[in-house]
Design a protein around this ligand. Structure first.
Ligand code: SF4
Length: 378
């Protein structure tokens, strides 16, 4: 079937009140952002952190972040570098830059608080329909249905939906269904109950149908393979990139690190071991030397290999090959980077790096002693 008919809706609506909400009351996890009453700021930060990220991963980050920046005003007053440092390892760094920008906007235009009006929330930059509905519902009790990956999965299974859920038309129908099923007087609890059911019971690979409060109504359960719902078109093969990075030593045995331009790309503003993507036909030393010429205007000699770090981003994977190097000519300039610093391995903790660059840091720290220029270059 492609959509829920009105006759499907009545038993589902009843089941939300009689089965799903009582199940949630018994099984809701004790999560640090589920305070009573809800703190809109905590709801906002948790929702942004939870995008593409597991609850278990988010919890320690959330606690540290709220301790360091307890209010929008504290967040707005902090330098972006501090915010990125707190976010380090959580990935999708655009989120950190956006919440910092939005905190400043809240201080300037909303007395440092999140507006309770859904239209005013939706007008804030960086809040999409899902996050707007989540904040409006969880923090302020507005009857807006949220639709995240967990809820899409549960609804698609309840209806044994044959349609491709990556299509906008299917998403619109599921949003309509979520809207239709939302009890206006229990909006926040119902939204969270759907999400919790998807996270704890109706999981992607192994739905625990025997423990599910909605099993009498579920059509996917009556098939032999409920886990095959929702349907989506086959994923494209994820591209793989080969990237080179230089660990450049100076005569004081300090290492050169560069800051990515603050407004460019998904890792903008973070620090890195400078380098970039290998072009067709290049050897790794040629790639690294060219990148340093283009990025910082220096000629380098590329030496021994230190480590290769494999890393997966959401839309591609990389192998990051790090080599020791030294400068032969020139001083670092900021051509395609925002800044640079010469640091010792002990100072890496003062700068936010991406996860892949942390692989290089781990390899450097695993050496029997801090690297010296003369160990690698005559
Ligand atoms: S019965 Fe199984 S497939 Fe259906 S909603 Fe519950 S856990 Fe998911």
């Amino acid at each position: 079937m492609s959509a829920a008919s009105p006759s499907d809706l009545k038993p589902l609506r009843t089941a939300v009140r009689r089965r799903l909400l009582p199940w949630f009351a018994r099984n809701a996890r004790d999560l640090p952002w589920r305070t009573d009453p809800r703190d809109p700021y905590a709801v906002w930060i948790s929702e942004i952190m939870l995008q593409q990220t597991r609850v278990d991963t988010v919890i320690p980050y959330f606690r540290r972040f709220l301790k360091r920046f307890p209010t929008p005003a504290a967040l707005a007053a902090a330098p972006l570098q501090d915010v990125l440092k707190q976010w380090e390892g959580l990935g999708y760094y655009t989120r950190a830059r956006q919440i910092h920008k939005m905190a400043n906007l809240l201080v300037r235009h909303h007395d440092g608080t999140l507006p309770s009006d859904p239209a005013a929330l939706a007008a804030l930059p960086g809040l999409g329909p899902y996050t707007t509905a989540a904040i409006a519902s969880f923090a302020f009790g507005h009857p807006l249905a949220v639709l995240d990956g967990n809820i899409i999965r549960v609804l698609a299974r309840l209806l044994a939906l044959a349609d491709d859920i990556t299509l906008p038309a299917t998403r619109r129908r599921l949003q309509q269904l979520a809207d239709d099923l939302l009890p206006a007087d229990r909006a926040a609890a119902a939204n969270e109950a759907w999400m919790e059911l998807g996270a704890l019971v109706c999981t992607p690979r192994n739905p625990a149908c025997a423990a599910c409060p909605l099993r009498p109504l579920c059509r996917a359960r009556t098939t032999s393979a409920p886990e095959t719902f929702p349907k989506r078109k086959k994923k494209m093969k994820v591209p793989h990139k080969i990237v080179g990075a230089a660990v450049i030593l100076n005569p004081k045995n300090q290492i050169l690190i560069a800051q990515r331009c603050p407004e460019k790309g998904m890792l903008a503003g973070l620090w890195e071991f400078p380098g970039g993507k290998r072009a067709d036909g290049e050897t790794m030393p040629q790639c690294i030397a060219r990148e340093l010429r283009e990025e910082m205007g220096i000629e380098i000699e590329v030496g021994p290999h230190l480590v290769t770090v494999p890393h997966a981003y959401s839309h591609f994977t990389i192998d990051l090959h790090a080599h020791f190097a030294r400068i032969r000519k020139g001083r670092p300039r900021h051509i395609e980077c925002a800044g640079h610093a010469w640091v010792t391995p002990g100072q890496f903790d003062d700068y936010p790096f991406s996860k892949a660059d942390h692989g290089i840091i781990r390899a450097l720290r695993a050496l029997p002693r801090p690297p010296r220029l003369r160990d690698f270059f005559a």
